[in-house]
Design a protein around this ligand. Structure first.
Ligand SMILES: [Zn+2]
Length: 321
């Protein structure tokens, strides 16, 4: 029964007896449901947040790891660069030594030419790669690193230029040395006998037979019968024969208009047409032909004219055969 006020009608509601238990039970169940829902939602959100946090933590750790790795790689690269720069300096020093050698080679080949290699490559080395050890260690910045990169690149490119010039010079020197060696081989610079005793020189003298002034067109070298006679340069035997004037005699052609003649031999050891090497034993000393005693009459002809052989005799056969 509900009584709203004095002037209003009393409301009468009739409820079944069971509603006394059902209504409160429903209310309690609704409340329990509400709290359970709140609890579950709370747990769910907490779980989600914590897994997101974990995921973020993982990603951050990965990033830190990557940055650490990149940093160490960068440091390694910088160290490599410093090594390279040092090696470049060492290489430059070696190249300087080679250049000095090359100069010696040039002198040897008597080119007299000037080196094509510039001296400019000596400058502009990065000072940080010197041999100073200790002091304060200051980490390099990117500007310094790029400076080192650029100076090392410059050094290397200048070195490549130097090496190319050096190779060209050496090739030229080698060719000149080979040519000098070839000329030396075909120029009659040896003594034709072991004896160095010149009994009659080149020029006007009294003829030993007629006692009249005559031109002596070669050198007379003293010696014993059957002493060795050596050809004084490489060449080809163009004559090996006998006549009353020259006795057994050999003529060797050395090209370039040069010929050498060996007279009054006791025996000839080569034949016409034979090639001979410088210093080869070609005959034995004797006194055949128009001769007063055992000796070698040696001549050098240039373009068919007898010339003084003495200036040619600059090498010792025993040292250079
Ligand atoms: Zn003579």
């Amino acid at each position: 029964m509900i009584i709203p006020g004095a002037n209003r009608r009393t409301v009468r509601i009739k409820l079944p007896h069971s509603s006394l238990y059902v209504v409160p039970s429903v209310i309690v169940l609704v409340w329990i449901g509400f709290f359970v829902t709140i609890y579950l939602m709370n747990t769910y959100f907490h779980k989600t947040t914590s897994s997101m946090q974990q995921s973020f933590d993982g990603q951050e750790r990965q990033l830190v790891d990557q940055i650490t790795l990149k940093n160490s790689e960068l440091e390694q690269l910088q160290n490599n660069l410093i090594d390279l720069s040092q090696q470049t300096d060492e290489f430059k020093a070696k190249l300087e030594e080679i250049k000095k050698l090359e100069h010696v080679v040039q002198l040897m080949s008597q080119t007299g030419g000037t080196s094509k290699i510039s001296a400019a490559s000596n400058s502009g080395s990065f000072s940080g790669t010197g041999s100073d050890v200790g002091g304060t260690e200051v980490p390099v910045n990117s500007q310094e690193v790029s400076q080192l990169v650029s100076s090392t690149k410059q050094d290397l490119s200048s070195l490549v230029g130097d090496i190319n010039a050096l190779l060209a010079n050496l090739t030229e020197s080698e060719a000149k040395l080979k040519e000098a060696e070839r000329l030396r081989n075909i120029t009659p610079t040896l003594w034709p006998t072991d004896s160095r005793n010149i009994t009659s020189g080149f020029g006007i003298r009294k003829d030993p037979f007629t006692q009249k002034p005559t031109m002596h067109t070669g050198l007379d070298l003293d010696g014993e019968l059957n002493d060795a006679v050596y050809v004084t340069a490489a060449g080809k035997v163009v004559q090996a024969g006998y006549d009353n004037q020259h006795g057994y005699h050999i003529i060797v052609d050395h090209t370039r208009g040069l010929r050498t003649v060996y007279m009054h031999l006791n025996k000839m050891l080569v034949k016409r047409g034979e090639s001979v090497t410088k210093g080869q034993k070609i005959g034995l000393m004797g006194t055949t032909g128009r001769s007063t005693g055992t000796h070698l009459h040696y001549e050098v002809h240039k373009n068919g004219v007898e010339i003084n052989p003495s200036p040619y005799l600059i090498q010792d056969r025993k040292d250079d055969r």
